[in-house]
Design a protein around this ligand. Sequence first.
Ligand code: SF4
Length: 251
Amino acid sequence: MHDLASTDDRAASTAPAGLGGDAAAIARRLKPLEGKAAGTLLVHEIYRSIQGESTFAGLPCVFVRLTACHLRCVYCDTAHAFRHGAAMGLDAVVEAVEKLGGGLVELTGGEPLLQVEAYPLMERLADKGWTVLLETSGGVATDRVDPRVRIILDVKTPASGEADANVWANLDRLRPTDEVKFVLGDREDFDWSVEVVRRHDLARRCPVLMSAVFGRVEPTELAAWILDAGLPIRLQVQLHKILWDPGARGV
Ligand code: SF4
């Protein structure tokens, strides 16, 4: 393993094509990935915990958290993953997951699709017969993801500060085994999200999850909005923040 946190000041050259937003800011945010050897992943942490979000909430799950994100959502609670990580080969990652029990595995971040090696990793994990979840920001195209992987696709709302980064074509690719998630910072976000759900007929196509930004919208408030909307939207609470300290890591 090799700590790549102190890379030099060169602009990152590894960004996937089609990332929206301020190119200079994105290049700065991808710097932690500079110097990473091809065929390796910069891994922030691998651990086993209870799945806190998605329709898999409550189940034991192994999390592989990759380093770096090209976005900066105002509510981000994993900023620690923006930098610092250990370079690991695919075999080492699969072995680490296996040691922790495999079964249900989630690739998360940061934004895991910023590293091209995430694609063969997901294939290797699925080849093991494990259920593989991909938690992605919605800001990178999902067209190369193995169809066995269940994509949990964020749609960034206006209050996140990153709505311009949404790759809208990702919504067209959603399958019944995928899930789409909105994290809401206020009532305007809810109305905006319902409009997106209706326009793309999402409620008929896959599970639709909505959760409240911790400390900004009360889950009971969101529950009332959902009941009023008359759509089969699944209210989601961040289970790990209820079970453990909201700021705790590796849980
Ligand atoms: S996409 Fe996720 S990891 Fe990236 S800034 Fe937003 S919340 Fe944080």
